[in-house]
Ligand binder design. Structure first.
Ligand code: FES
Length: 117
């Protein structure tokens, strides 16, 4: 009941199918809209400690793209441009003075997840 009530304030989520298959310590990108036209979003889905997290794939440093695949040390999303590393659990950059990566709320439902972007 409270979850449904919360949805009213967060808007309608998008459903991403098959996120349960994402293994611990791994990341994969999902895209929405038209990235080339500047109206899309690229989100990095990361599983850390069994929990799923969602980060904006655009690096807050200079706009690089966070990498998909294995997370550094099984828990850090990496931007290949200058090797900044971000905690998916908080968005915090752990190896440089940088703004946090933007995080998105999500809820795992069965094999899928609902994501509020
Ligand atoms: S643009 Fe990502 S670390 Fe510099």
């Amino acid at each position: 009941m409270l979850g449904k009530l919360g949805d009213l304030f967060r808007g309608k989520p998008v459903v991403i199918k098959g996120t349960r298959k994402l293994q611990d310590g791994m990341a994969r990108k999902v895209t929405f809209g038209d990235l080339l036209a500047g109206t899309g979003k690229e989100i990095l889905m990361c599983r850390v400690g069994g929990a799923l997290h969602a980060l904006d794939a655009r690096c807050p440093h200079e706009g690089g793209r966070l990498s998909e695949g294995p997370l550094a040390e099984g828990k850090l999303a990496v931007c290949p441009l200058h090797n900044y590393q971000f905690e998916p659990t908080s968005g915090r950059c752990v190896n440089a003075a940088c703004k946090n990566a933007k995080r998105y709320k999500l809820r795992e439902v069965g094999d899928d997840c609902e994501l509020w972007i």
